[in-house]
Design a protein around this ligand. Structure first.
Ligand code: NAP
Length: 263
């Protein structure tokens, strides 16, 4: 089996990556950074986001495994003392493939349209002052948003930025996207729904900002500034990310361990 390895760059992650390489080599696993079958990320959920963006053009043939160097993560389920067990399982057993939905974003300016894929979320703010945008659902005007910004997340991203905004935690087996508001202005003049909205796969939403606005756009851990944006389309992507599971890692256990603690 061919694998690629990505680590967070800190001392512990680099040491674990070295340990992984030498054990994998002894078990006959072949390193291939260009076209791997398995991508192993060592660090945290943030490192898995980086691994996803590095290999997102190969989603139809690549699956991911995450090793966490701290606490258990949402994408990184193996811990630092388990590298040898992980390599053994990779060399000797077939994993179960678990697929999670992704978010497809199309940003349009006068120059044309650019497509993006997000594993966690897409976020949108104004660089200067209040962010204002018309929001349409399925091509029908829904509301005009005024406030700090909006976040549109995937089910697996619902425990990230979305949760800090009061969004719902969604099980990743549901093909959906969630729109959460950041500090919307609601008074007699301006009105938005004020609660998170969850759309199914066959729905889409369009965000129509003021094209004059300089926007701060986030796609997972990546941030960029853009002006002249006339519309942004968000929908559940047709492709999914695959995780190679060599043991069960129930989503609700992760939610409990991350936010509540052991019973
Ligand atoms: P970061 O600011 O260094 O770390 C953000 C934290 O979010 C890290 O603890 C990371 O876990 C955790 N995280 C990432 N994906 C998650 C998920 N799906 N569920 C629960 N926690 C998650 O940024 P980063 O490491 O590059 O990660 C980017 C992510 O940060 C964004 O996609 C967004 O979800 C999140 N974020 C959250 C807020 C907020 O809550 N106010 C603001 C901005 C961004 P690890 O420590 O395991 O890497």
């Amino acid at each position: 089996m061919k694998y690629a390895l990505l680590d967070r760059g800190d001392k512990l992650s680099r040491e674990l990556a070295e340990q992984f390489r030498s054990l994998a080599n002894a078990k006959g696993l072949e390193m291939d950074e260009a076209s791997p079958e398995i991508v192993v990320s060592i660090g945290g959920d943030g490192t898995l986001l980086q691994a996803f963006h590095r290999f997102k053009s190969q989603l139809d043939r690549v699956s991911f495994i995450g090793v966490h160097t701290g606490h258990l993560g949402f994408y990184a389920d193996w811990q630092k003392g388990e590298i040898s067990q992980l390599v053994d399982l990779m060399a000797n057993s077939e994993p179960r493939l678990i697929q999670y939905p992704l978010l497809h974003v199309v940003i349009t300016t006068a120059e044309g349209s650019t497509e993006y894929l997000a594993l966690n979320e897409f976020s949108l703010k104004s660089v200067d002052g209040t962010f204002v945008a018309a929001i349409q659902i399925n091509d029908v005007p829904f509301e005009t948003f005024r406030g700090d910004g909006i976040v549109i997340s995937t089910p697996s991203g619902s425990t990230g930025y979305n949760k800090s905004l009061g969004g719902a935690v969604i099980h990743p087996s549901l093909e959906a996207l969630q729109l959460a508001e950041m500090a919307s202005i609601n008074n007699r003049v301006y009105r938005t729904l004020g609660s998170p909205v969850i759309l199914p796969k066959h729905h889409h939403c369009d965000i129509l900002p003021d094209a004059e606005d300089e926007l701060a756009i986030g796609i997972d851990h990546l941030v960029m500034q853009m002006s002249g944006v006339t519309s942004i389309l968000c929908k559940v992507a047709d492709n999914k990310i695959s995780f190679a599971r060599h043991r069960p890692f129930p989503f609700w256990n992760r939610v409990r361990e991350a936010f509540i603690g052991s019973p």
